[in-house]
Design a protein around this ligand. Structure first.
Ligand code: MG
Length: 165
């Protein structure tokens, strides 16, 4: 598969009680709103899965990362829908004559449980990435109750993406 490119993306967001009780934004993951009493703290909407996918694509292209393209000091991105960031990575990918081969993601959090929303999340991600659901995999894991992630105070995501001509 000459010309294929692989990229890795990682993200972590602190989870806090949803405002006004805390600094958490409404919980959103993979472009899906999920009912939860805690939510990500972040400059944008805090969608850790979309941020990691965006960085995996940008990484595969060896282009600047999400933090370089969309500064967390820029008021334009305050509360921004993270699909905007993903769309820019996709634009750069297409400009290079590439498309998504497949994406494999691991979401690590204590709650909410990923299992019940996994299929709708795959469908949503496939739609955002312009590919079919068979090219998208999402694994949900806990952190066995240890450290910040295991104590429900953070969510962590790892993503590998293969781009093909
Ligand atoms: Mg992020």
């Amino acid at each position: 598969m000459i010309g294929a490119r692989i990229g890795h993306g990682y993200d972590l967001h602190r989870l806090e009680p949803v405002a006004p009780a805390g600094a958490g934004r409404p919980f959103v993951l993979g472009g899906l709103s999920i009912e939860h009493d805690r939510g990500p703290v972040g400059h944008s909407d805090g969608d850790a899965l979309l941020h990691a996918v965006t960085d995996a694509i940008l990484g595969a292209l060896a282009e600047p990362d999400i933090g370089q393209l969309f500064s967390d000091r820029d008021p334009r991105w305050d509360g921004a829908d993270s699909t905007i960031f993903l769309a820019e990575a996709m634009r750069r990918m297409k400009a290079r004559g590439l498309r998504i081969g497949n994406v494999d993601a691991t979401v690590i959090c204590e709650r909410p449980k990923i299992g019940p929303v996994k299929e709708s999340m795959r469908t949503r991600l496939a739609e955002l990435l312009g590919t079919d659901v068979g090219a998208i995999n999402i694994k949900g894991k806990t952190h066995e109750k240890v450290d910040a992630v295991g104590e429900g105070r953070a969510i962590e995501v790892h993503v590998v993406a293969l781009l093909v001509p």
